[in-house]
Write a protein that binds this ligand. Structure first.
Ligand code: HEC
Length: 435
């Protein structure tokens, strides 16, 4: 071996002995570096693309590297301050396991931040995960599970959202009236394919002659497919019921026509469900007192449970001055337990569906306590009028304070059994032998 060769070998050997990070900076795609293809794209697929893709509600697509790269700085900021993806649950209080949780784990935020700080490299295109297939917006997603719906009710006529109109929250009454009592096993609300990018949320309400405002039936926000109740549980649609659609349209610069509709699947006629799925506004305060300029106004609402329940979902309902809402359980023996808190953002109405294994089991005699804070100062970007007093009312410019809760009731036997199962499941931690 000549001297020249030995020298060359030494020169090559030196960098191999230096620690990995130095190498990582030198090479465009070294093993171990964070890249779009390998590390970031899977996060965007799971947590962002439902809204950030062509034809959906967000202003830009985050599907390909070319589409994402110009937004790297903005993405870093929005994920680090946790405004994206929208997920307003307080991460430091109460239950944290939810169905359909799209929020980022701390290490995912960290991955994105480090990727942007390293210059947002693409990496090896071969590492890209296969693209996500999103549901066809012209079809109800539940059809694949349940077949054609028994009933489809659209908003009364196509609704035109002008290109540059302000955000709108409106009530639309559908023409259909229930000809008889029917038990519902599933439903799905869906904007029309053209309307999809401008529909931020839509909920339907059951309106009858006795109940003008009605009780809430379904809720749609982007990314939601539908609700299928557990076998044997159902919601009732009474004869004479009509539907009120409460829509939030967010114009996006293109004049768009929407025709949102709701599809419903019934149990067979004559079927008697074992359990009744309940959905109601709880802890409402109707004498709200929101002095102008005040940023931290608290109201308390209560509801005493007269039956045992399994609580399946929580969704605060506040208007534009809302700031925060917490739900707690005060048990008959005096114990108090925080269940969930939400830092309200009027732009996002999100239903938080508790994961099966943490759904609160609340015995009769428990008091549900709903604590709501409003901000009627100019610090609140949604506040339409910080100069003036505001109170309770139906208009968007008035305010509200209650929680939408979803639950079903349990007999004493069912309740005790559910508690027993929960205790056993909790004990089945690592290393613990269930007796
Ligand atoms: C539920 C829908 C939804 C999801 C999920 C979502 N976004 Fe967004 N995003 C929006 C909408 C709508 C806007 C525009 C309005 C706003 O800023 O609130 C937006 C705005 C943004 C902006 C600011 C754009 C600008 O004009 O400055 C960034 C950056 C962003 N999103 C990144 C993300 C990232 C990254 C994720 C996933 C980790 C994500 N978003 C998940 C709906 C969503």
């Amino acid at each position: 071996m000549s001297k020249g060769h030995t020298l060359a070998a030494l020169v090559v050997a030196v960098p191999l002995l230096t620690p990995q990070p130095a190498l990582a900076q030198a090479s465009p795609d070294p093993a171990g570096a964070i890249t779009f293809s390998k590390d970031v794209a899977p996060i965007l697929q799971r947590s962002c693309q439902v809204c950030h893709r062509k034809g959906a509600i967000a202003p830009m697509s985050l599907v390909t590297y070319e589409e994402t790269r110009p937004w790297a700085r903005a993405i870093r900021q929005k994920v680090a301050d946790r405004t994206m993806p929208p997920w307003t649950i307080d991460r430091n209080v109460g239950i944290q396991q939810f169905k359909g949780d799209r929020s980022l784990k701390d290490d995912e935020v960290d991955t994105i931040v480090r990727w942007v700080d390293a210059g947002a490299p693409m990496g090896n295109p071969a590492d890209m995960p296969p693209p996500v297939e999103f549901p066809d917006q012209s079809k109800f997603g539940l059809i694949s599970l349940l077949g054609e719906p028994d009933l489809v009710v659209p908003i009364p006529e196509p609704f035109v959202v002008e290109a540059n109109a302000p955000n709108m929250w409106i009530d639309l009454y559908a023409d259909h009236e229930m000809p008889e009592d029917r038990w519902v096993r599933a439903f799905e609300t869906k904007p029309s394919a053209e309307g999809f990018p401008v529909v931020h949320h839509g909920s339907t309400w059951r309106v009858t002659d006795d109940e003008e405002n009605g009780s809430q039936f379904s809720e749609y926000a982007l990314g939601k497919t539908g609700d299928v109740f557990p076998e044997g549980s159902a919601m009732l649609l009474r004869k004479g019921t009509r539907f009120r659609f409460n829509m939030h349209y967010a114009p996006n610069g293109t004049t768009t026509t929407d025709r949102t509709s709701i599809a419903i699947w019934f149990y067979p006629k004559g079927y008697e469900p074992a359990r009744r799925q309940m959905r109601a506004g709880v802890g409402g305060v109707s004498d709200l007192d929101l002095p102008p300029g005040e940023s931290d106004i608290r109201h308390d609402g209560y509801r005493l449970l007269t039956e045992n329940i399994r609580l399946t979902a929580f969704q605060p309902h506040l208007h534009s001055r809302g700031k925060r809402q917490c739900l707690e359980a005060i048990y008959a023996d005096g114990r108090v337990q925080s269940l969930s808190c939400v830092n309200w953002d009027f732009g996002w109405h999100i239903t938080y569906n508790y994961a099966e294994e943490v759904q609160p089991l609340l015995p009769k005699g428990t008091m549900l306590h709903v604590i709501t804070w409003h901000d009627n100062s100019k610090l609140n970007k949604w506040n339409p009028d910080p100069q003036n007093w505001a109170g309770y009312g139906q208009r968007t410019s008035d305010d509200m304070a209650f929680a939408w809760l979803l639950w079903y009731t349990l007999s004493d036997d069912e309740f005790n059994q559910a508690v027993q199962e929960r205790v056993l499941a909790t004990r089945k931690g690592p290393g613990h032998v269930v007796p």
